[in-house]
Ligand binder design. Structure first.
Ligand code: HEC
Length: 274
């Protein structure tokens, strides 16, 4: 019994120290901008520590044994589990439905973005296809139109202006491609075209072999016109004919370009790039 006042004094002392330590922890946590939940947590730790120190000073209990010990152990286990499970289920952020809702919200914005991306890509592809269809239609009209107009008349004398014959017609088809693919937008030929500056083409037939011309059309990076370094660097000449033109059309265009041999025009020297 003589112990009692000493014990209570001791407990009070430890509680005071615990509260002071807890308050200091909260102060530091606040200075470091921890959220309030963490400040409460730190304070709780200080209190738990205090409780442990108080328990260390508690008078020893009489040892229990046998069935009594077993029952106390099981009860202790049940109470502790109850506290853990009950406590944990009080935290709202562990509700799976809550979590799903948050994830859904994040994904929704992402999904909308990719969906729009896909739609734009499809539109761009559709445009390329429709351009190509237009080009083919124009070409069919140009080729078919004349043979339909004059073909049915059917006599041999209609031949020159009728169904295309080999070599000269390839060049004619190539000239058509020059127009259809709008090469004239950048390249002057016979003094026409070339609003956006590219080299004049009148003498290209003397400067580049057919294979080389084909290379340049299919891959504009393959050759560079001398003096057009800046334009080459800026990739002015479009890299799209590979997709837009059929093999035969490229061959025709090349035949046309090869026929351009006007030495009085200064077509720049082509330089092999790759
Ligand atoms: C948007 C502008 C543009 C269009 C359209 C264009 N080109 Fe070009 N092309 C250039 C420019 C700029 C150069 C010079 C720089 C270079 O060599 O890449 C060039 C260079 C060339 C050269 C090399 C000339 C030389 O002297 O070395 C050839 C050949 C050529 N183009 C053919 C064509 C053909 C054929 C077409 C159409 C199928 C075409 N280009 C469409 C801009 C264009």
């Amino acid at each position: 019994m003589a112990e009692q006042p000493g014990l209570i004094k001791n407990i009070i002392k430890k509680v005071v120290v615990g509260v002071v330590v807890g308050a200091m922890l909260v102060g530091v946590a606040r200075a470091l901008k921890f959220p309030p939940l963490f400040q409460i947590m730190f304070f709780t730790y200080a209190m738990l520590g205090t409780a442990v120190f108080i328990l260390l000073d508690a008078p020893s209990v009489k040892p229990i044994s046998g069935a009594k010990a077993l029952v106390s152990l099981v009860v202790f286990y049940i109470v502790l589990s109850g506290v853990y499970i009950g406590g944990a289920s009080l935290w709202p952020q562990y509700d799976p439905e809550d979590e799903k809702g948050k994830i859904e919200k994040l994904l929704k914005a992402k999904r909308a973005a990719t969906e729009q991306g896909k739609a734009e890509e499809l539109l761009a592809r559709a445009k390329v296809l429709s351009d190509k269809a237009d080009a083919i239609m124009q070409r069919l009209q140009a080729v078919g139109g004349s043979s339909v107009a004059e073909g049915p008349a059917g006599t041999d004398s209609s031949k020159p202006s009728g169904v295309p014959a080999a070599a000269g017609d390839l060049v004619a088809l190539g000239k058509e491609q020059w127009e259809l693919q709008e090469c004239y937008n950048c390249h002057k030929l016979e003094g026409k075209g070339g609003k956006k500056r590219g080299p004049e083409m009148d003498n290209i037939g003397n400067l580049m072999k057919p294979e080389e011309l084909k290379e340049k059309v299919l891959d504009p990076r393959s050759w560079m016109a001398e003096g057009f370094e800046k334009e080459y660097e800026k990739k002015k000449m479009p890299d799209k004919y590979k997709e837009l033109m059929e093999e035969k059309e490229v061959d025709a265009l090349v035949a046309f370009l090869s026929s351009l041999k006007n030495t009085s025009v200064n077509t720049p020297k082509p330089i092999k790039k790759k």
